[in-house]
Design a protein around this ligand. Structure first.
Ligand SMILES: [Zn+2]
Length: 101
């Protein structure tokens, strides 16, 4: 995984992440794995990150579009996107990725 340039997410991103973290109570919103604890399936220490679920543009920051996910769920979610791009040469849904100036 490469470091992410947080400036691409806009000035409100830290507050949005704080809201997502409060909502998830520091557990993966898809599988329930607890942040900082060994994952029940993989055994690796869980590090929760915020994923874009439906609209993958970085600035699509409606709370309904975001989920606090463990590495396993986040990777599985992103893998679907990578496979579709590889197979069909297109994004799975929604408009093309927004490029910021
Ligand atoms: Zn998970």
């Amino acid at each position: 995984m490469t470091p992410t340039d947080m400036s691409e997410y806009g000035p409100n991103w830290p507050q949005i992440v704080a809201q997502i973290r409060a909502r998830s109570k520091n557990a993966c919103e898809w599988c329930g794995a607890r942040h900082g604890h060994p994952h029940p399936r993989t055994g690796s220490i869980v590090v929760l990150t915020t994923a874009h679920v439906y609209d993958r543009r970085k600035l699509a920051q409606d709370l309904d579009n975001l989920a606090h996910l463990c590495q396993r769920c986040h990777l599985g979610h992103d893998r679907g996107q990578h496979v579709q791009r590889w197979r069909y040469g297109v994004e799975p849904s929604g408009p093309p990725q927004q490029r910021l100036p």
